[in-house]
Design a protein around this ligand. Structure first.
Ligand code: NDP
Length: 290
């Protein structure tokens, strides 16, 4: 049924934005946070501050968690285990797929149900339908709570496996951090050469926005497992990355990042892939010995 009442546990920047969005949509919102003072501003906006976790759980069937990680969830919920039966925990804390699967089991053993969420926007994106959050877990449970969850962001249901939302989130973060560090690195090289970050911005943005067409071109080839060297050859890629490393060195900038890239190229070259596309490097990633 339609539930216009919700509990939010965890009031970091995210949880605060979430509680605020619920309040703005006319929900009765009960909040709890380890550092109790973080609830004060929400109380002035109409939230009810629970004095204990027990109280926060008792207030609603639907409980949204916004914590640093899943370990924080156990710290908070373990002492209140006997209050979990019948509850729906929507965990919007980010962590690994494995942790999400374990949490779903842990809650099921206590009579509660779990939906995993992976929020793809910063706090400023909360309350905006164009923002998106991955969800996974029971589809029926997701559908039953979808309207409420859409107060926070648009939703993207990924499947029954509780790990899926976390997995989609993590593979996005994998790309995000590597791409953003490449941007920082290139900016450092630019600055060392007297180009300001502002001056570099349109060029950096242009490079980033050119990536989708590369991804779209290479995806069918990666999918088929064929790494034809008809448009790019690994040997060319290796020489190109070496130029980046040398440009970095000449600028007096740390070479850790491009050297890691170079190392992956070298390993593939040693395996005899000089004539293949750089996309053959995916085979190097799949053969991790670590
Ligand atoms: P914070 O790390 O700032 O919020 C942490 C919350 O978790 C606080 O309420 C904190 O309580 C609580 N907490 C942490 N450890 C414990 C513990 N051991 N026991 C009890 N409470 C604990 O994170 P955000 O609010 O920024 O984000 C929340 C989640 O959303 C994170 O998983 C984050 O990865 C994810 N996310 C964040 C984005 C962002 O831009 N901020 C973007 C997308 C996802 P206390 O106040 O007492 O310290």
């Amino acid at each position: 049924g339609k539930c216009k009442s919700v509990t939010v546990i965890g009031l970091g920047p995210m949880g605060q934005a979430m509680a605020t969005a619920f309040l703005e949509h006319g929900y009765k919102v009960t909040v709890w946070n380890r550092t109790s003072s973080k609830a004060d501003e929400l109380v002035t906006k109409g939230a009810v501050k629970a004095s204990t976790v027990h109280e926060a759980l008792a207030a609603n069937k639907l409980v949204v968690l916004s914590l640093t990680d899943y370990d924080a969830m156990y710290t908070i919920l373990e002492p209140a285990s006997e209050n979990l039966s019948g509850k729906v925990l929507v965990n919007l804390s980010s962590d690994t797929p494995k942790k999400a699967r374990e949490a779903a089991k842990w809650l099921a053993n206590r009579g509660a149900r779990h939906l995993t969420g992976g929020v793809q926007v910063p706090p400023s994106g909360i309350g905006k339908p164009e923002s998106s959050t991955y969800y996974s877990g029971s589809e029926e449970l997701f559908e039953a709570n979808k309207e409420t969850l859409e107060v926070l962001t648009g939703t993207d249901y990924r499947g029954e496996d509780p790990g899926l939302a976390a997995l989609y989130y993590q593979i996005q973060m994998d790309m995000f951090w590597t791409a953003m560090l490449s941007y920082l690195h290139a900016t450092a090289v630019a600055q060392a050469n007297g180009i300001t970050a502002e001056q570099f911005l349109p060029y950096a943005a242009e490079t980033m926005s050119s990536l989708p067409k590369f991804i779209e071109f290479y995806t069918p080839r990666i999918n088929s497992g064929e790494y034809l060297g008809d448009v790019d050859r690994l040997a060319m890629g290796l020489a190109s990355v070496e130029h980046v490393v040398h440009t970095t060195q000449d600028a007096g900038i740390d070479i850790t990042l491009p050297t890691a890239v170079l190392e992956v190229f070298r390993r593939s070259m040693e395996n005899g892939h000089a004539g293949n596309s750089f996309t053959s490097l995916i085979e190097i990633f799949k053969k991790s010995d670590i």
